[in-house]
Design a protein around this ligand. Structure first.
Ligand SMILES: [Zn+2]
Length: 181
């Protein structure tokens, strides 16, 4: 499977031009809208280290995996949205969360296909499908074909890569681009 997110493109005049990607984001009414064109988020490891805890950095930027049954969001039953810990992009809804028994938060689908990029991962002698945030390349976890209906997919995600927002507070996730569209 080819990676579905692109790289920054440098324009012919020598300046960096931040690539735009079509994504679903919340507006100030707390409604998910899209796809709208959103600039990718690109930072150096040093910049991410300043923004994240060491545990978050190890998972989200260094492709680590938290220990099973330890994540803070595994048993979260509240209604709301799980966003990227790095850039705040909405990634999963509580509507698609299910008990997988694996020890990691699991979802049968992303909040929008556009928001979660996938790439084949051949580390540890296995062929797996890795999930990344489509705006900032945050490592989220892996997708497996043994999930429940209706998709049959299990999106196995690290709590360290996610931030939870209650349904009542979704307007706090508003992206300026959503209200311009
Ligand atoms: Zn992100």
């Amino acid at each position: 499977m080819e990676k579905t997110v692109g790289r920054n493109q440098v324009d012919g005049r020598g300046g960096d031009q931040v690539e735009q990607v079509p994504l679903f984001v919340y507006n100030h009414h707390g409604q998910l809208v899209g796809p709208v064109s959103i600039p990718r988020v690109e930072k150096s490891d040093a910049e991410w280290q300043d923004l994240l805890t060491p545990e978050q950095f190890a998972v989200a930027r260094a492709h680590g995996t938290e220990r099973p049954f330890c994540g803070t969001l595994l048993d979260n039953k509240r209604a709301g949205v799980y966003s990227c810990i790095c850039c705040g992009l909405p990634l999963f809804s509580s509507n698609a969360k299910f008990e997988s028994g694996t020890g990691w938060p699991s979802f049968f689908q992303p909040i929008a296909e556009e928001n979660v990029a996938t790439i084949s991962d051949r580390s540890y002698g296995m062929l797996r499908v890795e999930m990344l945030c489509a705006r900032c390349d945050c490592h989220l976890g892996h997708v497996f074909p043994d999930g429940p209906k209706p998709t049959g997919q299990r999106h196995c995600v690290n709590s360290e890569s996610l931030k939870f927002t209650d349904t009542d507070d979704l307007a706090t996730l508003a992206d300026p681009a959503a209200d311009l569209s």
